[in-house]
Design a protein around this ligand. Structure first.
Ligand code: NAP
Ligand code: HSE
Length: 436
């Protein structure tokens, strides 16, 4: 059988990794796919830049439009990133009848509904394993492995850069900026690293996971997003002292009245497996009604881990290229005409436990005022700690752990606490999930 011909849109970290893995494991991959998978064209912006992977046998060009229109390409691999021109190029590739493999979660979270509709119409495949959790085959696991289940919730560490930063800050006491620079050097971070530390990249991935877990359209604009950029070493240390680790989690959950879709730093009990996922590793915990909790773990970023997922998609597409489109696995796990319109819950309606840290004047009655505010709002306090004042200081840290309560009640409690004359600084709120 003739080799299947691949065109790479982008030859950076993931593109070069893909070329390298396809080269190194060429024979093994052909034995799996049933025919050879060969990169014949690749494009980038700057053709003079030295490339990590050898380019012999590859037509290297600057014209991405020519690549997606080329009659000599069967599968377009989009690893350039960003929304534009990636969106138009992917739609153009589909219109030319090409299958697409992409690692671009921003593209799918924002434009996936249109892209999958176009692909369905044209009878081509769009595969995206690399878009979530790097080399961890979480898309296949949820879409195919768990298809018997009604999925109740999932919670994941799905940004390697943030997890790497949090681990290095906690374990080695390193400064945020220094660790971020190292994550960039290692090829983990997005072209715009504020997407990582601001939680946006995790929200892109969570949007994709929620679609395939619950059979809903991609709704990135309804996700609640909070990153790690305002986390302090003090809270990481206090959390540890209380038996928790802080992780940036993406959480999607079926709740009464709708679906929770949220990314934020989260206190997780240190004894949970998820709390012990360190460095660039990603992990996703998925709870199905039949199977119970299942955990998927591996490298969430980097050239070859991500290439592992891209190449797995290439093998899948190659195997299914000649199959009747009706017999393929639906892109988003559910049949496109059977998507649910269940709403995404506004954050105020979400219930979580919380860690609250207040800076309080060390005076009689201050804690009584704070606990009265909580009681008036039906917020049940699980634990409260006052740190000892430093020499000559009259402001102390007070940490409160609440039981599960509505976010809107905590918002109001924070507003009232901050208006007390004895509380001179904003309250720090970090949500807490038991994940039992
Ligand atoms: P990268 O290292 O910045 O590479 C991007 C490549 O695309 C570069 O070769 C760049 O060309 C090329 N490119 C960008 N805009 C272009 C344009 N308009 N026309 C032609 N070529 C263009 O990015 P990356 O880390 O490989 O990430 C690629 C995608 O994979 C992104 O969507 C990212 O979110 C996703 N992803 C990355 C990782 C990871 O660990 N890095 C993991 C999972 C998913 P030049 O080289 O000439 O600049
Ligand atoms: N910037 C992303 C991360 C790359 O750090 O997880 C993998 O998607």
């Amino acid at each position: 059988m003739k080799p299947i011909r691949v065109g790479l849109l982008g030859l950076g970290t993931v593109g070069s990794g893909t070329l390298e893995v396809l080269r190194r494991n060429r024979e093994e991959i052909a034995r799996r796919a049933g025919r050879e998978i060969v990169v014949t064209q690749a494009c980038a912006r700057d053709l003079s830049k030295p490339r990590r992977a050898p380019l012999e046998g590859v037509r290297f060009m600057g014209d991405a439009k020519a690549l997606v229109a080329s009659p000599d390409i069967d599968i377009v691999v989009e690893v350039m990133g960003g929304e534009s021109p990636a969106r138009d190029l992917v739609l153009e590739a589909i219109s030319h009848g090409k299958h697409v493999v992409t690692a671009n979660k921003a593209l799918l979270a924002k434009h996936g509904n249109a892209i999958f509709a176009a692909a369905h119409e044209k009878g081509v495949m769009v595969a995206f394993e690399a878009a979530v959790a790097g080399g961890v085959p979480i898309i296949k696991a949820i879409r195919e492995g768990l298809s018997a289940n009604r999925i109740e919730w999932l919670a994941g560490i799905i940004n390697g850069t943030c997890n790497y930063i949090l681990s290095e800050m906690r374990e080695r006491g390193l400064a945020f900026d220094a660790v971020l620079a190292e994550a960039q050097r290692l090829g983990y971070a997005e072209a715009n690293p504020s997407f990582d530390v601001g939680g946006i990249d995790a929200a892109h991935k969570l949007t994709i996971l929620s679609a395939i877990a619950f059979g809903i359209p991609m709704q990135f604009d309804k996700a609640y997003v909070e990153g790690i950029d305002r986390l302090t070493a003090t809270d990481i240390r206090y959390a540890e002292g209380l038996g928790y680790r802080i992780k940036l989690l993406g959480i999607a959950r079926r709740a009464a009245g709708g679906i929770e879709l949220r990314v934020h730093p989260t206190l997780v009990p240190a004894k949970r497996l998820l709390a012990n996922v360190e460095g660039v590793m990603n992990a996703v915990l998925v709870n199905g009604d039949a199977v119970g909790p299942t955990l998927y773990y591996g490298r969430g970023a980097g050239a070859e881990p991500t290439a592992s997922a891209v190449v797995a998609d290439l093998v899948d597409v190659t195997r299914m290229a000649t199959a009747d489109p009706e017999h393929r696995v639906p892109h988003l796990a559910f049949q496109p005409d059977r998507l649910s319109s269940e709403p995404i819950l506004p954050m105020g309606e979400v219930e979580t436990a919380c860690y609250l840290r207040l800076r309080a004047l060390d005076r009689p009655g201050v804690l009584a005022d704070v606990t009265r505010i909580c009681a008036d709002l039906s917020i049940s306090i699980g634990a409260i700690f006052q740190k000892e004042a430093g020499e000559g200081e009259d402001v102390v840290d007070v940490v409160i752990l609440t039981h599960r309560t509505y976010e809107r009640s905590v918002n109001e409690a924070i507003r009232r606490i901050e208006s007390l004359a004895t509380i001179p600084a904003p309250v720090v709120r970090i949500r807490l999930e038991d994940l039992a």
